[in-house]
Design a protein around this ligand. Structure first.
Ligand SMILES: NC(=O)C1=CN([C@@H]2O[C@H](COP(=O)(O)OP(=O)(O)OC[C@H]3O[C@@H](n4cnc5c(N)ncnc54)[C@H](OP(=O)(O)O)[C@@H]3O)[C@@H](O)[C@H]2O)[C@@H](O)CC1
Ligand SMILES: Nc1ncnc2c1ncn2[C@@H]1O[C@H](COP(=O)(O)OP(=O)(O)O)[C@@H](O)[C@H]1O
Ligand SMILES: [K+]
Length: 495
């Protein structure tokens, strides 16, 4: 089984770096390996003899740049190196790396990028401490304006390693070589868009050290949850595959529930029922075949249906309406202690009432699936949850606060569990931004939970499968297509 890909924050990486040094690997050796990885990547991007311009910063990122410059010069490239700040200010391993550089050092402001065949951006890495200004910012802007290929060392300078935010200005790289593990900025937007293709170079820090310092943040990929995917046994019957219940909105708002229901069925929930308000029974009946239908008159109706213990997973929210009745249905569902996915109106109905959600979901597997706007509405008045700059941190705090898995949607969907685990999703396509796409996602997650997949893994798998389906379809995608693409994705995953 492939191990899940660890993602380390800059501070975790720094600790792992120190642990590696304490375990007997000299820091300069790590830097040499890092610089060599950069040089090897540069060789793939520029042919021998080409002009390579290295922009080096005042810290260890700059040190990697000096090593790469030396190796590339030895290998016949015409290398020019510019340094931000005086060479005498370089410290530690970076100072040692600079001593190995036999060429001249140009002040960064005099460095010309327009004649380069390749630019190596070694200005700042994980140590970026504030917004770029002055010469540093000008250098970044000039690099971008040159429109030459850029190889970023560790991360594009100006991108915040923790959050992926642009701090004043940031390099737009074509390729990034990072070391030991990706950092959040390689997956979170807008950082991900600044990185180009990312390569992780092994610089000899053993995985147990990385696991000890990181270990809670992952790239969302099958390695994280494939082993949890349900595989029906030879003699399985449908009730062993779970029964998902999806609440429908009123007569003119029924499509969302059917999208979720169909997705739950496609991902393998043995049975799926739409719980419909009496006035919408006709319209729902006209559009359902394999999916069953039950009349459900508000919270009391839901309470009655849930007396049947076979309904083991529930979707509430899509097109349910923003009002106290929806809140009451959530309360009924929470008391019934079934696996629960709350989305859209079920979240917005709690606008300004975040305190009612404190610890509300700690007794049964629950997944909240807000997009950014819903998240902001839901936690209005809670700066502790809304203010952190990091999307991961916001989602983590919301998960700890509510006791639910929180799935904060977007091009960089983040999934967090109350125990602190978090995953960042990176597959998918902007074509997923289409009406009803989120409803389908709810159904996928509930359908997995109905089959016994734990909430965090169900949310991670649901997001990935949803995105993969969207990516496979591409242009012209509408929400109705998504569930139909799930079988192909599942087949490949279960192979
Ligand atoms: N971890 C590992 O395993 C390994 C890590 N390695 C490498 O080390 C890198 C991290 O090195 P790092 O900690 O020295 O930080 P780095 O990114 O060079 O920047 C710090 C310097 O920039 C300065 N500075 C900051 N912000 C600024 C601003 N806005 N404007 C202007 N200046 C600013 C800051 O100065 P100060 O804040 O003190 O003024 C300081 O001088 C990492 O990304 C990787 O490439 C590899 O060698 C191998 C193993
Ligand atoms: N640019 C994008 N790249 C990848 N996925 C996206 C992008 N924009 C939206 N998505 C995904 O599409 C889905 C949209 O859900 P949502 O906003 O709830 O839509 P709706 O309410 O219309 O169903 C989410 O899973 C989200 O992560
Ligand atoms: K850099």
């Amino acid at each position: 089984m492939t191990a899940p890909e660890l993602v380390l924050t800059p501070s975790e990486m720094k600790q792992a770096d120190r642990d590696a040094i304490a375990s007997g690997i000299p820091g300069i050796k790590l830097m040499r390996r890092a610089g060599r990885a950069v040089a090897e990547c540069a060789e793939k991007l520029a042919s021998p003899g080409a002009a390579i311009v290295v922009a080096a910063g005042p810290g260890q990122n700059g040190g990697d740049g000096f090593i790469a410059a030396s190796l590339l010069a030895e290998r016949g490239y015409r290398v020019t190196l510019g340094l931000l700040g005086p060479a005498e200010r370089l410290m530690g391993d970076a100072a040692e790396a600079a001593q190995g550089w036999k060429g001249g050092i140009v002040p960064i402001e005099d460095l010309r990028f327009d004649d380069a065949d390749l630019i190596v951006d070694a200005l700042f890495g994980t140590g970026l401490a504030r917004d770029l200004g002055g010469e540093a910012r000008l250098a970044v802007e000039r690099m971008n304006a040159s429109a030459k290929p850029i190889l970023a060392v560790d991360l594009p300078s100006g991108i915040d390693g923790d959050t992926g935010a642009v701090r004043g200005a940031a390099v737009r790289a074509d390729r990034t070589v990072t070391f030991a593990a990706r950092k959040p900025c390689h997956l979170l937007m807008p950082g991900r868009a600044h990185c180009g293709a990312v390569e992780v170079a092994d610089i000899g820090i053993p995985r147990p050290i990385l696991e000890a310092r990181g270990g809670t943040l992952f790239a969302n990929a099958p390695a994280l949850w494939r082993h949890r995917l349900p595989r029906p046994g030879l003699t399985s019957h449908k009730y062993e595959r779970g029964h998902t219940l999806v609440a429908s909105g009123g007569a003119t708002r029924t499509g969302a529930a059917r999208l979720a229901a169909r997705a739950a069925l496609r991902i393998g929930s043995g049975l799926v029922t739409v719980a419909s308000p009496p006035e919408a029974i006709g319209v729902n009946a006209a559009h359902l075949t394999a999916i069953m239908l039950r009349g459900c008159d508000g919270p009391e109706g839901l309470h009655t249906i849930l007396q049947d213990q076979r309904f083991n997973a529930l979707v509430l929210g899509p097109a349910l309406g923003v009002h106290a009745g929806t809140r009451a249905m959530v309360t009924v569902a929470v008391h019934a202690r079934r696996s629960l996915v709350l989305d859209a109106d079920a979240l917005t109905s709690f606008e300004g009432l975040a305190s009612e959600l404190h610890g509300a979901f700690s007794h049964a597997p629950t997944v909240l699936t807000p997009h950014g706007g819903e998240f902001t509405r839901l936690f209005k008045g809670r700066p502790d949850l809304l203010d952190p700059e990091s999307k991961i941190e916001r989602a983590r705090r919301a998960a700890a606060y509510t006791g639910a898995v929180v799935l904060l949607k977007g091009a960089d969907t983040v999934i967090t569990a109350p125990d602190g685990r978090a995953a960042i999703n990176e597959n998918g396509t902007p074509y997923l931004a289409t009406a009803g796409s989120g409803d389908t996602l709810c159904g996928l997650i509930a359908g997995l939970m109905a089959q016994g997949v734990p909430a965090f893994e169900a949310a991670c798998a649901g997001v990935w499968i949803h995105a993969e389906a969207g990516e496979r379809f591409g242009p012209g995608l509408i929400a109705e297509d998504l569930a139909e693409l799930v079988p192909g994705v599942l087949r490949d995953l279960l192979r």
